[in-house]
Write a protein that binds this ligand. Structure first.
Ligand SMILES: [Zn+2]
Length: 259
């Protein structure tokens, strides 16, 4: 196991190299991509079924596909580098079938998150093979996501209504649900990325399903999102406007822009 210091030394060398990452083909659509932590999904209480979401076709890929994906993978350079050093990066997400499963990683992640920032840092170092201050976009996304609450959380009892804030990106919707009680006290309930280009309708249908779904409050009462705010500034603005219009017809209040 590498220490943070070892890792940062390795990292410096890696940053000078051509920064290769292993890309594996999706068993459904065949598109090559690296396995990223932000694309690992699971349901609470069913960690052993943690699976990989394909960013291209949205298929949920179970861990037993690992072997066939790994043997057909390729190393892809992410940088020009110094023209001398070839650098290879592989995280624990690529552990062979029967070794360190995605579900075990998720369990360790949840435990680390429970124990605090230092443990999360260690988890990022050892499982993702990254240091926290890493500058690469891929890593930043992983780290951001590692800090997020994984969906779903039980809604605490004082919550009376749920709202959703939606950030529209070119390739996804990021949906954050909040619970509110009187006096404007709020709780973060869940965060979820819905993958797909918001210019097309499939990702909005996923969002429809999410809005239509209910969350169980601690006392067993099911409550749902009653209001949403969609921030589309700069990304897929027209599509977001169309969607908001359709919701207004259905009597749900929505806004464009930051609240
Ligand atoms: Zn796919």
């Amino acid at each position: 196991m590498s220490t943070a210091k070892d890792l940062s030394r390795i990292e410096r060398a890696y940053m000078r190299s051509d920064q290769r990452r292993y890309h594996v083909p999706c068993p459904i659509c065949g598109v090559l991509s690296p396995i990223l932590w932000l694309n690992i999904e699971w349901t609470e209480g069913q960690l052993e079924q943690a699976a990989l979401r394909c960013e291209s076709c949205q298929a949920l890929i179970p861990g037993h596909y690992k072997t066939s994906m790994h043997v057909r993978g390729v190393w892809v350079a992410q940088a020009e580098g110094d023209g001398v050093a070839a650098g290879y990066h592989l995280s624990a997400l690529f552990s062979p079938l029967g070794w360190y499963a995605w579900g075990e990683m998720a369990r360790d992640f949840l435990n680390a998150k429970h124990e605090g920032p230092e443990k999360i840092k260690t988890w990022i170092n050892t499982c993702l093979g990254e240091t926290r201050e890493e500058s690469g976009e891929v890593v930043k996304q992983d780290i951001l996501f590692a800090r997020r609450e994984h969906y779903p959380a039980v809604v605490p009892l004082p919550v009376l209504v749920l709202t959703a804030g939606v950030d529209v990106q070119d390739d996804r919707l990021e949906v954050e649900a909040c619970g509110w009680r009187t006096g404007e006290e709020s709780w973060g309930i869940s965060y979820r990325a819905l993958w797909g280009d918001p210019a097309a309708s499939p990702v909005w249908r996923q969002f429809d399903d999410l809005l239509a779904s209910t969350r169980e409050r601690e006392d067993g009462l099911n409550i749902r999102i009653v209001q949403c705010c969609i921030d589309s500034s700069g990304h897929r603005t027209e599509a977001a406007h169309r969607y908001v219009k359709s919701w207004q017809v259905r009597g749900v209040y929505a806004t464009i822009g930051r609240a």
